[in-house]
Design a protein around this ligand. Structure first.
Ligand code: PGA
Length: 246
């Protein structure tokens, strides 16, 4: 097992470049002492280049288009993210599935394009309230990994984010998170191999805060965290980073 991966998903925040840079600098100071974690900041794409200039933390986008270039008004390509300093890209976040109609097929195309541009996809999967975790996650994984060879698949990071846990304060219990991660590894074993299933990084996301973060590492044996709301509060995010170091 390598270092834990702590991914900050800033979503459509903060409000200005100035605030983004300030937050980035504060988080950078905290992350510097985190010997056993790598921290990735997934900022709105418009600020990536500025943050990259400031340096010191790895960066990611929150989405990219499935085509390399062309007449897609308002869209951002994988290569543009790379050019702006990103090494990662969140794909298939439930908010994009829900509000922007992203399907498993679209997410699969985006993963392929991101991988070609040498971005590491952070693929989000997870069920809605009342849905069967196994059914939904299996379908989402089969769709996202369709047609990918093992060398492509091994670059993907999976984030288990039950939708009912996102932004609600109702985080998934570590025991249930562990079961979901074991299920995900079983699906990857079926699609590829046990070897890949054991190696692939699985993160947990959904109302992560400084009081529950360490449980996901210690009790649920996750490889890292995808943090939304708490990644916008530097003190809280710092506590999350430090809680994993103990
Ligand atoms: P949250 O968001 O930590 O605010 O629940 C997580 C996410 O949407 O990635």
């Amino acid at each position: 097992m390598g270092k834990y991966l702590i991914v900050a998903n800033w979503k459509m925040n903060p409000k200005s470049a100035k605030e983004a840079l300030q937050l980035f600098d504060l988080l950078k100071k905290e992350a510097r002492n985190a010997k056993n974690s790598n921290v990735v900041i997934c900022s709105p794409a418009v600020w990536l280049a500025k943050l990259a200039q400031s340096g010191g933390l790895k960066l990611g986008g929150q989405n990219c288009h499935w085509e390399v270039s062309g007449a897609y008004t308002g869209e951002i390509s994988a290569a543009m993210l790379v050019d702006s300093g990103a090494e990662y890209v969140i794909l298939g976040h439930s908010e994009r599935r829900q509000y922007l109609g992203e399907t498993d097929e679209i997410i699969n195309l985006k993963i392929k394009t991101a991988l070609k541009a040498k971005l590491k996809p952070i693929l989000c999967v997870g069920e809605k309230e009342g849905e069967e975790m196994n059914q939904v996650v299996e379908r989402q994984l089969a769709g996202a990994f369709a047609g990918l060879g093992v060398n492509q698949a091994k670059e993907i990071i999976i984030a288990y984010e039950p939708i009912w846990a996102i932004g609600t304060g109702n985080n998934c219990l570590p025991d249930n998170t562990l079961s979901a991660a074991l299920f995900i590894r079983r699906v990857i074993t079926q699609l590829y191999s046990r070897f890949l299933a054991e190696k692939i990084y699985i993160l947990y996301g959904g109302s992560v805060n400084s009081s529950n973060a360490a449980d996901y590492i210690k009790k649920a044996r996750m490889d890292g965290l995808l943090v939304g709301g708490a990644s916008l509060e530097e003190k809280e995010f710092a506590k999350i980073i430090h809680s994993l170091a103990k």
